[in-house]
Design a protein around this ligand. Structure first.
Ligand code: DGT
Ligand code: CA
Ligand code: CA
Ligand code: ZN
Length: 578
């Protein structure tokens, strides 16, 4: 966990421990929001040295600012340490489980005397949780999934962090050895949302030279293993990197083999066997006389098996083998298909950059449009815009557009809050000024399934809501999704022509790949937005597109592949425009 995650986690703990102690709701909420805000602001928060500077961030009040400074100086928050001594340690350990929540943790602890995660798992597996008042089999299942979740992420890294490390290593290697044939393989090449270790593959005759260069990279903290064809290092960020060197004439076969997934490769080998062939990391061979029929080129490996080439993001044995054999692989979405970003924040709410800065970044990416969707009124803590301020912003945006000095058109918009009744901020008149209306849940995250589902579906049925933001609310490895009936939500979205967001902020990637595929199958459109709070975060679109590709999405499944006119028509369909 990095420093920012630790700080945010400390505030989440504060909120949860206070809730266990029965503290008033608004205090609990304030700490929950602080945790989110800290994640959104990022490292910049540690550049501030006093309460006054910290309070410049919208939503950070004096109490929270003091706690941030305390954390910066001492690595913890005394109020948290104090609470930890007041709440039983067993209960604190249960709080790590997503989907559990402080209230249920307390109930389970008090009723069953569960002391740790192992005992919690046992209680769930033996049906004891389901018997508790207010829990039931569904909740029990959720808690089991929550336990799996923490066990799954541990020791893995978010895709974007691993990707950046990979990019650095590859460019350092290529600098040292110009023209080097090097590629990522494994889960990173498949763009999985979390990465266990980075696998790199080099094609070179001189493996000793490659290994020497690799092991002396400044990024290395510790050498785990070194050999002629494979070495492993630990980076300072705590991620293992495996590098393999193969002969250039066998590079394609090795790349296919080490890209995986294992489930995909097992199927590939089965297919080969049926045709009297065998596949390994050295090539495709005939079983009869061990003759190599493909090796140098990865597409050639598939071609030798009479298969079309499945893109790495698809290689999870989710039907791509059959599609490749029948030559009906989809034409996956490409980053270049994206014509603009539909979710961004400016300095009008809790973003860092002004409208022009955001627009310049969109222009640099070659976009045609960028939606400014600052937080809405009711999210005070994130600088939500009061009615008048939003009207002012609409005018500012129109003025910028009217100047005609950029190919990028800024779209007016808002990230509305779905309140407890499923309603959103602002009246119809004000909404009629906004091109892009995203509605998201920012409070009441742990309500019962029926209740949250109902709130979201009500928002979907609101003609002025066109996109549902981060639909499941998960934070990878840190917060489980809301407990919702996603299928019902997707059906309602398809029926009303409301898009579901693929929030491309790296910690979210929400909807995730399997949900995206489900959404597409049920006929709901997907809207890609980065949720940028800095102009440079527009680059997160890359990871959103990767998830879309893992979900087999094509150009027509995605809202913001449309040109400006088509998009505007879609956004205003069935709505009153001022
Ligand atoms: P990760 O590292 O947990 O995120 O996932 P991967 O898929 O990168 O897995 P990893 O690093 O263990 O192995 C890299 C690739 O090597 C894997 O995707 C498939 C390939 N491979 C082929 N045969 C085998 C095998 O027998 N065992 C393992 N572990 N990998 C194999
Ligand atoms: Ca790996
Ligand atoms: Ca590996
Ligand atoms: Zn947002």
């Amino acid at each position: 966990m990095n420093k920012i995650d630790e700080l945010a986690q400390a505030f989440t703990y504060l909120a949860e421990l206070l809730e266990i102690k029965g503290e008033v709701r608004f205090k609990v909420n304030a700490y929950e929001r602080a945790a989110e805000l800290i994640r959104a602001i990022g490292d910049e928060i540690f550049e501030k040295d006093n309460v006054k500077e910290l309070r410049q961030f919208p939503g950070i009040g004096e109490g929270i600012a003091k706690k941030i400074l305390e954390f910066k100086e001492t690595g913890t928050i005394s109020k948290l340490e104090e609470l930890k001594t007041e709440v039983p340690i067993a209960l604190i350990s249960l709080l790590q489980v997503p989907n559990l929540g402080p209230k249920r943790a307390k109930l389970i602890y008090e009723e069953l005397g569960v002391q740790n995660i192992d005992e919690l798992r046992e209680a769930a597996e033996t049906g004891k949780l389901a018997e508790l008042r207010g829990l039931g089999p569904k909740a029990e299942q959720n808690i089991l999934e929550g336990i799996d979740h923490i066990e799954n992420i541990s020791g893995r890294m978010l895709l974007h962090k691993a990707y950046e490390i990979q990019r650095d290593i590859c460019s350092l290697m290529s600098e040292a050895l110009p023209g080097l044939l090097i590629n990522p393989a494994g889960s990173l090449r498949r763009m999985k949302e979390t990465i266990g270790d980075i696998d790199l593959l080099v094609g070179c005759e001189n493996s000793r030279l490659v290994m020497e260069t690799f092991l002396s990279l400044p990024i290395t903290r510790r050498v785990i293993a070194k050999g002629d064809t494979k070495s492993s290092i630990m980076t300072a960020a705590g991620l293992q990197v495996d590098l393999r060197v193969v002969k250039p004439e066998q590079y394609g076969a090795a790349l296919q083999y080490f890209t995986g997934s294992q489930a995909h490769n097992i199927r590939v080998r089965e297919i080969a066997r049926k045709s009297g062939l065998k596949v390994n990391e050295y090539g495709v061979f005939t079983v009869k006389d061990n003759r190599c029929i493909a090796a140098e080129d990865e597409a050639g490996v598939y071609a030798a098996l009479d298969m079309a080439f499945p893109k790495p993001e698809m290689r999870e044995n989710q039907g791509e083998i059959e599609a490749a054999i029948e030559d009906r692989l989809p034409a996956l979405l490409e980053l270049a298909d994206i014509k603009g970003d539909l979710h961004s924040h400016s300095d009008w709410s809790d973003g860092r950059d002004d409208l022009e800065g955001m627009r310049a970044a969109a222009e640099a990416r070659g976009y045609r449009y960028l939606a400014i969707t600052d937080h809405a009124m009711k999210l005070k803590i994130a600088g939500g815009l009061e009615r008048e301020r939003l009207i002012e912003q609409v005018h500012a945006i129109r003025e910028l557009n009217a100047r005609g000095d950029s190919p990028v058109v800024l779209l007016t918009g808002s990230e509305l809050n779905i309140d407890n009744d499923g309603d959103v901020d602002y009246d119809e008149e004000l909404l009629s000024l906004l091109d892009v209306t995203i509605a998201s849940i920012h409070g009441g995250l742990r309500q019962p399934r029926e209740k949250i589902t109902k709130r979201i579906i009500k928002a979907i049925r609101n003609p002025d809501v066109k996109i549902i933001g981060h639909p499941t609310g998960r934070l990878i490895g840190q917060r489980a999704p809301y407990d919702i009936d996603l299928r019902a939500i997707m059906r309602a979205a398809a029926e009303t022509g409301t898009a579901l967001e693929l929030n491309s902020f790296p910690d979210r990637l929400d909807l995730k790949d399997e949900n995206l595929r489900q959404a597409r199958d049920l006929g709901a459109k997907v809207s890609l937005g980065t949720d940028s709070h800095r102009s440079n975060q527009l680059e997160f679109m890359f990871y959103g597109v990767a998830m879309a590709r893992r979900a087999w999405l094509e150009i027509d499944d995605v809202l913001n592949t449309m040109g400006l006119d088509g998009l505007l028509e879609w956004l205003w369909a069935g709505r009153k425009k001022a």
